[in-house]
Design a protein around this ligand. Structure first.
Ligand SMILES: Cc1ncc(COP(=O)(O)O)c(C=O)c1O
Length: 438
């Protein structure tokens, strides 16, 4: 089995040059910081492409129909949706905004899946107007609303029901979504009601299948065996209503390395295993193979991305730690303060300078004591150094803010020594653009 995919926190094309400086995508990172400023979101195109190829290759042996949707919530950027769509992935959008990004990227409605647990009528209309192919419906309220709305359209929207499998995938409480006590998905009794609704011959919706998403940053494959079995149970329950389940969607969730000691399974191996669970279940139950759908986010973009920061002021707390402040922080990466997420950092140009590496803490520039990017970074770093925080491709820009009115960083895509600006740095004017009467 190929071990091609990236299981380290650094992008595939990251390497040190002869002078020991980090470079990525054949680009000099000092020059990049000079040209685009810092903080800077950076993406390695080869890592993005490899992740897509690995998902598709992992599914290639699955004998039934199959499809991969990029969960664009991980990195909702027009150029990224466009690139991943060109790589043959569909786009999963979870809000009108993410839908708009996908539409702006030129993704046709037939290749968009619309998720979300509280889509507004306006958002549902926007999706219908764009001819969105699939609606991942989260509850009865949405099912009835979509059904009403769709009467004014000439096509039958296709509906996949999100079910709540109640599987504990051993991940962080805040990002686990599959427990019984979850705001997501149909519970068992509601599912029966939904089946009854969709089985009605006058229902203007086309029942397509079932989806379960059990969490994020998952390293174990076993929870997906449980998920496949659970979905097949529900598929059989749907059959009791005369509904044919054409598609099973096992969500996203594969984890990535944030630290060197993290050991996620390679994408291809993980996907093959999941596909084998589906094949096994279908065989054991003598059922036809469904279309197998996956909707990964983090594992497509996570380690393709990193952030460059410039070190500014420093503060020593004698006997305790040395704070190094960088020119970004919680607004461009809210994951440490939100989830206690940990990251690996390197200096772009590491040098021996006899500096103390004990308890070096990388802090952001915001008015929150918790605005700490990395505790104990172990770096021989000081003012003006250029710092790389690896594996920031997923859920950093996506969850970013303008706290303390910090403009969001620019974003560049690297390939073969070239850097393409795909999102310019926000300006102070951008910060007040929505304000009125000024
Ligand atoms: C419904 C759904 N699908 C897919 C994903 C993507 O998950 P991940 O980024 O862990 O692959 C999420 C993330 O929360 C989700 O809620």
């Amino acid at each position: 089995m190929s071990q091609a995919s990236n299981t380290t926190p650094r992008p595939l094309s990251a390497s040190k040059n002869a002078s020991g400086q980090w470079q990525v995508g054949g680009c000099d990172l000092e020059q990049l910081a000079e040209r685009f400023g810092t903080p800077l979101y950076v993406l390695d195109r080869s890592s993005l492409e490899r992740a897509c190829q690995d998902y598709l290759a992992g599914l290639s042996d699955y004998p039934g129909p199959k499809e991969v949707f990029f969960a664009s919530k991980a990195l909702p950027v027009v150029a990224i949706d466009r690139l991943l769509h060109e790589m043959d992935l569909g786009i999963e959008a979870s809000s009108g905004g993410e839908l708009f990004v996908a539409i702006t990227a030129g993704v046709p409605g037939s290749r968009i899946q619309f998720n979300g647990n509280n889509k507004s009528l306006q958002e549902l209309k926007e999706a219908l107007d764009h001819g969105v192919g699939r609606f991942l419906v989260d509850g009865m309220g949405e099912l009835t609303a979509l059904s009403e709305l769709s009467k004014s359209y000439s096509f039958k929207p296709s509906v996949t029901l999100r079910v709540n499998p109640g599987i504990d995938a051993h991940t962080h409480d805040f990002i686990r979504t599959g427990q019984v006590d979850s705001k997501f998905g149909f519970s068992d009794d509601q599912l029966e009601e939904a089946f009854g609704f969709l089985a009605n011959k006058d229902c203007p919706l086309d029942y397509r299948g079932l989806q379960g998403h059990i969490g994020s940053q998952i390293f174990e494959v076993e929870p997906f065996r449980l998920l496949a079995a659970f979905l097949f149970d529900k598929l059989q329950a749907a059959a009791g209503f005369g509904l044919e389940t054409e598609e099973l969607n096992l969500g996203g969730g594969l984890g990535i390395s944030y630290l060197c000691e993290d050991n996620p399974p390679p994408i291809q191996a993980f996907v093959r295993k999941i596909a084998s669970f589906v094949v096994e279940e279908a065989k054991n139950r003598a059922l036809p193979l469904p279309r197998l759908v996956l909707e990964p986010g983090r594992s497509i973009v996570g380690t393709a991305g990193f952030t460059l920061y410039r070190v500014g002021n420093e503060k020593k707390v004698p006997g305790i730690r040395r704070y190094l402040m960088v020119d970004g922080g919680m607004p461009d990466n809210p994951r440490p303060i939100t989830y206690g997420a940990q990251y690996l950092a390197d200096l772009v140009s590491p040098r021996e300078r006899g500096l103390d590496t004990e308890r070096v803490t990388i802090a952001g520039k915001c008015c929150e004591s918790g605005d700490i990017l990395i505790e104990d970074a172990g770096l021989e770093a000081c003012k003006d150094d250029l710092l790389i925080v690896w594996a920031t491709g997923a859920y950093c820009f996506a969850m970013s803010s303008n706290y303390n009115r910090l403009p969001r960083p620019a974003m560049v895509l690297l390939e073969n020594g070239r850097a393409e600006l795909i999102r310019r740095r926000e300006t102070y004017d951008d910060l007040v653009r929505a304000e009125v009467g000024i």
